[in-house]
Design a protein around this ligand. Structure first.
Ligand code: SF4
Length: 365
């Protein structure tokens, strides 16, 4: 049974026909809190129609390489926080990272995502690694190394990096402070400013359902993402790690996460949005459901097999057992289950694909 209020909110967000942020916020909150089966079907089908009409019914593939589990930071939700003495730490060398990128390339993947804790790796070492990867062929390099000085982001861009992922986690200063020790929202915003100014395809995102977060917070974050014009948005459910201050908090809701993905798609028709590994690591693999809610990216893990379980941001990561040898079949299978076909190109954001002279990877504008 679909409420008139839900139809109204959906139309408001989809057509961006709202007179103020507070009106949009109200509509987004209603969409985030939907639980009626008929309403969820309507929300998700509308989001998929918007995605398919704007960027095609396709799923991009990005190879994830977790380069270091060392971290100097203390995020209360993350198993790699520096206070966790039980965490096993490792750091891949330059040759190992390039080897993982070559492996991904040989499996037909044209984006590699290098991710690590904030381990203070020398910026020149990272730049050399990026340059080595770019010699493999036409492969996009996405970085996710957290907060670094602007001149280091500039050096990496110069070395050939294409994209950068930096989750905001919350645009509410108090909520942000409640999740991080000795970190301020301002410094994260400054980093995002620098990345966009330097010409990175920039991604951000949030966890859904961590302690203290409400539908109002998520709605505010979605409005922030829309205004900033990010090219990529990642959202997954909060999963408590036993060796963190948030150990006893309940997991985030899958339903709210899927609703947030659908609502984000309505706000940002062209954005690249992953069916996150966190969604694949709950009671079942919810990644096809994320694709059926408006997501359009999958990130198979190409870290060395023996290192995957050590990169323990949250427990129970599904990708630990995924076999790279079968990556093509598994991507095809998940895409099919989500009603999409696989796009094996670099799949740049539309504006950047034109700049790079690769309009074919952009899909309909
Ligand atoms: S979320 Fe990132 S920066 Fe924070 S503790 Fe974990 S690895 Fe470190």
């Amino acid at each position: 049974m679909i409420r008139e209020a839900a139809r109204y909110a959906l139309a408001r967000v989809k057509t961006r026909n709202h007179s103020s942020d507070s009106e949009l916020r109200k509509a987004l909150m209603l969409l985030l809190e939907i639980s009626d089966p008929d309403e969820t079907v309507l929300l998700c089908e509308t989001a998929c129609t918007v995605r398919n009409e704007s960027s095609g019914a396709r799923m991009a593939v990005r190879a994830l390489v977790e380069t270091s589990s060392l971290c100097n930071n203390d995020c209360y939700y993350c198993g790699l926080n520096r206070g966790n003495k039980k965490a096993h730490r490792y750091k891949l060398g330059r040759e190992d990272i390039v080897c993982c990128a070559k492996d991904a390339f040989s499996h037909g993947i044209r984006t590699v995502v290098l991710q690590s804790g904030e381990d203070g790796t020398h910026a020149g070492e990272v730049a050399d690694t990026i340059a080595d990867i770019k010699k493999i062929g036409d492969i996009a390099v996405t970085l996710s190394f957290g907060e670094r000085p602007r001149h280091e982001y500039a050096l990496w861009k110069e070395a050939g990096a294409d994209r950068y992922l930096l989750r905001i986690e919350s645009t509410d200063p108090e909520l942000y402070a409640s999740m991080h020790r000795n970190r301020k929202l301002e410094s994260r915003l400054e980093c995002l400013d620098a990345l966009q100014e330097l010409g990175y395809q920039t991604g951000s995102g949030i966890m859904i359902g961590f302690p203290g977060q409400t539908a109002g917070h998520i709605a505010d974050d979605l409005i922030f993402f829309t205004k900033r014009g990010f090219e990529m948005i990642g959202m997954g459910p909060f999963i408590p790690h036993p060796d963190t201050p948030f150990a006893r908090a309940p997991s985030g809701s899958v339903r709210t996460t899927l609703n947030a993905i659908a609502a984000a798609r309505l706000c940002m028709p062209n954005v690249w949005m992953p069916a996150t590994t966190a969604l694949g690591s709950m009671d079942k693999d919810w990644r096809p459901d994320a694709l059926r809610s408006g997501a359009n990216v999958l990130m198979p893990n190409f870290s060395p097999q023996e290192k995957r379980k050590l990169y323990s941001i949250y427990p129970g990561k599904r990708c630990i057992g995924e076999r790279t040898a079968l990556v093509q079949q598994e991507c095809e299978s998940i895409a099919r289950a989500g009603g999409l076909t696989v796009d094996w190109s670099r799949a740049d954001a539309p504006a950047f694909a034109v700049t790079l002279g690769k309009a074919s990877s952009a899909g309909p504008a």
